[in-house]
Design a binder for this molecule. Structure first.
Ligand code: PLP
Length: 408
């Protein structure tokens, strides 16, 4: 696949105010130069190995597959990466690139805080100043991640405008960058936003898919029949799928947040008939919009899938039919979390559990002799406040009250 596309069919592009053209073009040139430079690629590979802990394992989920009685499930354990999810692949790649460009300062947006944690971690290791924009509503809801970011030495800057959530944090980060780009890199967190971000984030996340293809080739199994990943903005999915996109096989399945079920505001499903083409925050893609073209609120049990837009390349692959989209509800994700914990001894992040839920259904549908690879984009320790409240509410409440009483 081309490392640089700019547009994906009709989607993508660089729909930004004039003032942001210069930094985006500078970034595009630096990115193109870096990904062709063997020295940069060697530095990146070394960092991935020593700091992130790559390669992450590909687990043959024998117990789960046997119990389901259908296709064999393999699980890519991205959750074992440093900071607990795939987001560090992109954060580390962009931070190394920023350093190469001579930037001293990194800014980023974060919603649930996962991208902020990954960015702050990479900046700590590489000695870069780090400012994370975060809506004050999200700061209130995501205290543990704010705590980690600050421990990594980042400044978390509260955003008071609009709904005080992710989209407002993105606006503030762009505003900062407009004035600061000479010494500052904006480290965007998913495979979306204005070009070159969708291409660049895919390249840094493609390490997931490239490892899967090596690891699967070394296994006794013959061929992958289907690959499954959850889709928020789309970075873990596009990186996991990337080596397989141009070939017609395997089936590639993106799983969106089905939330509480159908109906506006109850989910974050964009790739059925509800999503509409639009231009939001610098790129054209498929969004959940109201009659006036304003972005709609969404719901998901997993903070990372709760996004009204989707990366432009995934939107185009959905439109062309190369990618299939499914959704899993909050309850189905919780069931998948329980199932893989009990059978395989692993904890899916709530986001990744959506992919797990789809893989359970698909294993039965495809049947014996077929192989499915599912990306566990993150591990679920971070979700204990949500999963324990949902699955063990009374005990968890007692515990939290007791803990709160202990703090002076
Ligand atoms: C943020 C996050 C996601 C969703 O983001 P994508 O860009 O769609 O990958 C999925 N899984 C985990 C664990 C996350 O932290």
């Amino acid at each position: 696949m081309d490392k640089y596309n700019n547009f994906f069919g009709d989607f993508g592009g660089r729909y930004v105010p004039e003032v942001l053209r210069a930094p985006l073009i500078e970034l595009e040139n630096a990115y193109k130069d870096a990904v062709e430079d063997p020295d940069f690629l060697a530095e990146l590979a070394e960092f991935q190995h020593t700091f992130i802990g790559r390669p992450t394992p590909l687990l043959h989920a024998v117990n789960a597959s046997t119990e389901l009685g259908g296709a064999d499930i393999y699980i890519k354990l991205e959750g074992l990466a440093n900071t607990g999810a795939h987001k560090i692949n992109n954060a580390a790649g962009q931070a190394l690139l920023a350093k190469r460009m001579g930037k001293k300062r990194i800014i980023a947006e974060t919603g649930a805080g996962q991208h902020g944690v990954a960015t702050a971690s990479a900046c700590a290791k590489l000695g870069l100043e780090c400012v994370i924009y975060m809506g004050t509503e999200d700061i209130r809801r995501q205290r543990p991640n704010v705590y980690w970011m600050e421990l990594f030495g980042a400044e978390v800057r509260g955003v008071e405008s609009g709904s005080r959530t992710l989209k407002d944090a993105v606006n503030e980060a762009f505003r900062d960058w407009t004035a600061s780009y000479r010494d500052t890199h904006y480290l965007l967190g998913s495979a979306l936003g204005p070009s070159p971000f969708p291409d660049m984030v895919r390249e840094f996340q493609s390490v997931i898919g490239n490892e899967v293809s090596e690891q699967f080739a070394a296994s006794e199994a013959e061929q992958i029949d289907a690959m499954v990943a959850c889709v928020g903005g789309g970075s873990n999915a596009i990186g996991f799928f990337s080596p397989y996109i141009e070939a017609g096989a395997p089936r590639l399945i993106g799983v969106e947040a089905g939330g509480r079920g159908e109906g506006r505001g109850n989910n974050a499903v964009r790739m059925d008939d509800t999503g509409r083409p639009g231009i939001v925050q610098g790129y054209k893609s498929c969004f959940l919009l109201d009659e006036d073209g304003q972005v709609l609120p969404t719901h998901s049990i997993s903070a990372g899938l709760d996004y009204p837009g989707i990366g432009p390349q995934l939107a185009e692959l959905g439109r062309s039919g190369r990618l299939e989209f499914q959704s899993a509800t909050d309850d189905e994700a919780l069931e998948a979390l329980k199932f893989f914990a009990r059978t395989e001894g692993i904890i899916f992040a709530m986001e990744s559990a959506h992919a797990g839920a789809a893989a359970i259904g698909l294993a039965k549908e495809l049947g014996k002799g077929r192989n499915i690879v599912v990306n566990m984009s993150g591990r679920g320790d971070k979700d204990i406040f949500i999963s324990a409240a949902a699955l063990d509410g009374a005990n968890w409440k007692d515990f939290l009250q007791e803990e709160a009483g202990r703090i002076r």
